[in-house]
Design a protein around this ligand. Structure first.
Ligand code: 1PR
Length: 579
C-alpha cells in the first residue's frame, strides 16, 4: 500500500512512539533555521497556583480560563516555546481544525517544545483537539501529520450507520485505566463536540484511559504518567467536568469520589434553555418571550415583555441542570451585534459561572456601518466566540445562502455559514430555522416538500409545507424548511435549531410533524424547539422523532416547569438524560 502523502508535513513531529524518543531536529519552515535546538526544561518558579495555557487564538478558550480561575489558579499564557518548557503544569485546549493548529504550532516552534515537555513527563492536560494533535496524523482535510506522540490516526465518525455527525452532547465513558483525573466521572455524562476521533488499538493501548461508544468505540481520554488528554470538554461538563480539572490541578488531593446517582450509558438527550434577548423601550437588555414571535404585551403601551435579566437567568438554568444555554439576540437582523456591546458583555459574564455550552445567535452576517467600515460575518462570529460562545447560530443569512445555493448549485465558500464552519469547524455552527406552517390540499400544489399533518388544517387540509422566514418571522421566503435543512447541512451547518412560529409560546407541544420531517432528512443533530408546555411534550418529541435535543423558553422563564422535573420525567420514561 502506498504511504499517504501528508497535506501538511511537520518534520518536527517528535515520534515518541513506543517510548523511543528521537532527536528533535527542525528543518526550515516559515523562515526558521535548520539547526537543532536544545531546550532547557525547568519547573516554573512562579509558584504553585499558576497554570500555563497554550491558546493560539482559534476559538473559545474563555471557558477554560474561567474554569481554571474558578478553581483558584492564575493563568500564564504561552508567548514563546520556552514558556511551555518552564511550565509547572500546562493545559492545551486545542480548538479549530487540525491542520491549522499544526501549522501554528510548527510556525511558532511550539510543536517541539510540546513534545519535549511531554517526553519529560511534565504535568499536561490536552483537551479535544489537544488530544487529537498528540496522534500521528489526522484525516481532517488531510491526511495531516500530528505530533506523533501516540500511535494512531484520527479519523471522521461514520454517519452511514445512522449516528449523527458531529457527535454533540453528553455521553458516558468506559474507564479502562485508573487515570485519577477521571475519578469522579465514572457514573456521569461528560460533554463532547467533535466530528473526528482516535480509535483504540494494540499500539496505543498503554495510553488509553477511557473510551466512549458512539457508533464506534473511540478514545475518550489518554494518560501516561503526568500526561493526560481528554476528547470531551471538562470546562463544559458542569460540576463533573470541573472535578476533572480540579483533580489535574491538585493531583495529590484526597478529594472523595463523587457518587453517581445513576449509571450513564449512552448519549443523553439534551434539554436546552433558550433566552430570547433584546433591548426594551427603556434601553435595557432583557430576556423576552414571544407569542408566535410577538414579544410585545397585550396592553395599550405594548411594551416589550420582560422576563428577567439574561446573566441571572442563564446562571439559574445552569444550576437547575440545563444541558446548554442559548441566547438569541432577536433584533440582530436590524441592530449590528458588534455595536451591541451589552450582548457581548452578557456572554462574557455568563461564561464566568456557567460551565455548559453556550450558543449565541442573531445578526451574524456581513455588515457595513455608517462610516463605511465593513465587518465580515467571520469577524462577528469571532467576537462572539472570544466572548464565550461555543456555538453561533445563524438565522436569516443561512436562508439567503441556501436559496442561492439551491438556485446555482454552486458552493461559493463565501457565505457566513461556509466561512465560519471552515474556520471554527461545523460543530460550532447552528442554523436556526423559523418556519411557518402552510396548509395545502394537494402535495402537488407546491414545489416544496410537504408532509401529511396529524391534525387537519382549518379547511380540512391534510398536508402542509413549512415556509422559512427571515427577520424574526417578518418575511416569508420561497424556500421550505426541508429544502433549507438539507442545503445548510451541505453548506457546513453542524446542527439545526428547529423553531416553529405556529407553536412558539403556545405550550401545546412541539410540532411533531415538522420535527420528524427534518430530523429524518438530515444527518446532523436537530434541536426541537417551540411549544413545550409540560414534561410530557419532551418525552413525546424524543419518543416519536429523531431530535437530539429539545429546547424551551416560556415554561422555564415563567417557572411553570423546572428543568429538573423535565429530566426526571424523561428518566421515568426510559429516555437517557444527564442528571
Ligand atoms: O436572523 O440570524 O439575525 O437570527 C435571529 C434569531 O432570533 C433567530 O434564531 C430567530 O429564531 C430569533 N428570533 C427572531 N425574532 C424572534 C421573536 O421571537 N420575535 N425568536 C426570535 C425566536 C424562538 C425560540 C423560542 C422557542 C421556544 N424564538 O427560540 O425560544 O420558540 O419558545 P417556547 O418554549 O416558549 O415555545 P438572525
Amino acid at each position: 500500500m502506498e504511504a499517504p502523502s501528508f497535506a501538511y508535513s511537520s518534520p518536527s513531529s517528535c515520534f515518541l512512539l513506543r517510548n523511543k524518543p528521537v532527536t528533535l531536529t527542525r528543518f526550515p519552515h516559515f523562515g526558521r533555521t535548520k539547526h537543532s535546538r536544545s531546550f532547557s526544561i525547568r519547573a516554573s518558579s512562579s509558584g504553585d497556583s499558576v497554570v500555563t495555557l497554550l491558546d493560539y487564538g482559534a476559538g473559545n478558550v474563555r471557558s477554560v480560563r474561567n474554569a481554571i480561575r474558578s478553581l483558584g489558579f492564575q493563568i500564564k499564557d504561552v508567548q514563546t516555546p520556552q514558556d511551555i518548557l518552564n511550565a509547572s503544569r500546562l493545559i492545551f485546549p486545542g480548538v479549530g481544525a487540525f491542520a491549522a493548529a499544526m501549522e501554528v504550532l510548527s510556525k511558532t516552534g511550539m510543536d517541539e517544545a510540546l513534545c519535549s515537555y511531554i517526553q519529560k513527563d511534565r504535568p499536561f492536560l490536552g483537551i479535544c483537539l489537544g488530544l487529537q494533535l498528540l496522534f500521528e496524523s489526522s484525516q481532517e482535510n488531510g491526511p495531516v501529520k500530528g505530533l506523533g506522540l501516540i500511535p494512531g490516526t484520527v479519523g471522521r465518525f461514520d454517519s452511514s450507520n445512522g449516528f449523527r455527525v458531529p457527535h454533540i452532547g453528553w455521553n458516558a465513558l468506559q474507564i479502562t485505566m485508573d487515570s485519577e483525573i477521571l475519578d469522579d466521572v465514572g457514573n456521569h455524562h461528560v460533554y463532547f463536540v467533535h466530528s473526528y476521533r482516535a480509535m483504540p488499538s494494540d499500539d496505543n493501548k498503554e495510553w488509553v484511559s477511557s473510551t466512549c461508544n458512539y457508533g464506534d468505540r473511540f478514545i475518550a481520554s489518554v494518560r501516561r504518567g503526568n500526561v493526560h488528554a481528554v476528547q470531551f470538554h471538562p470546562e463544559k461538563s458542569g460540576e463533573v467536568g470541573l472535578s476533572v480539572l480540579r483533580r489535574f490541578l491538585y493531583p495529590k488531593s484526597n478529594v472523595t469520589k463523587r457518587p453517581g446517582e445513576r449509571k450513564a450509558s449512552e448519549l443523553a438527550k439534551r434539554v436546552i434553555a433558550c433566552l430570547d434577548v433584546r433591548t426594551n423601550d427603556k434601553g435595557d437588555l432583557v430576556v423576552t418571550k414571544g407569542d408566535q414571535y410577538d414579544v410585545r404585551e397585550n396592553t395599550e403601551e405594548k411594551e416589550v415583555r420582560n422576563l428577567g435579566k439574561p446573566v441571572e437567568l442563564a446562571g439559574q438554568y445552569y444550576k437547575d441542570g440545563a444541558d446548554e444555554v442559548s441566547f438569541l439576540n432577536i433584533t440582530g437582523f436590524r441592530d449590528f451585534p458588534l455595536g451591541d456591546l451589552p450582548m457581548l458583555q452578557v456572554l462574557r459574564s455568563t461564561s464566568e459561572n456557567v460551565f455548559v455550552p453556550l450558543t449565541v445567535g442573531g445578526g451574524i452576517r456581513d455588515f457595513t456601518d455608517s462610516n463605511g467600515r465593513h465587518y465580515s460575518s467571520l469577524e462577528v462570529a469571532a467576537e462572539y466566540f472570544r466572548s464565550g460562545a461555543d456555538k453561533i447560530s445563524i438565522g436569516s443569512d443561512a436562508v439567503y445562502a441556501a436559496e442561492e445555493y439551491l438556485k446555482t448549485g454552486v458552493k461559493t465558500g463565501k457565505t457566513s455559514l461556509e466561512q465560519i464552519s471552515r474556520v471554527y469547524g461545523n460543530q460550532a455552527v447552528v442554523v436556526s430555522i423559523d418556519p411557518r406552517r402552510v396548509y395545502i390540499k394537494d402535495p402537488n400544489d407546491v414545489q416544496f416538500k410537504t408532509t401529511r399533518v396529524s391534525s387537519l388544517g382549518p379547511n380540512g387540509e391534510e398536508y402542509a409545507w413549512y415556509q422559512c422566514t427571515v427577520n424574526g418571522g417578518r418575511e416569508g421566503r420561497p424556500i421550505g424548511a426541508y429544502e433549507l435543512a438539507k442545503a445548510v447541512e451541505e453548506l457546513g451547518a453542524g446542527e439545526i435549531l428547529l423553531n416553529c412560529i405556529d407553536c412558539d409560546g403556545q405550550g401545546k407541544g412541539f410540532d411533531i410533524d415538522l420535527i420528524k420531517l427534518i430530523s429524518d432528512a438530515v444527518s446532523i443533530p436537530v434541536i426541537a424547539s417551540s411549544g413545550a408546555g409540560v414534561p410530557q411534550h419532551f418525552s413525546e418529541v424524543f419518543a416519536t422523532t429523531n431530535a437530539s435535543a429539545a429546547l424551551a423558553a416560556g415554561i422555564f422563564h415563567r417557572k411553570e416547569v423546572p428543568i429538573q422535573s423535565v429530566k426526571e420525567h424523561l428518566l421515568k420514561e426510559g429516555i437517557e438524560v444527564r442528571i
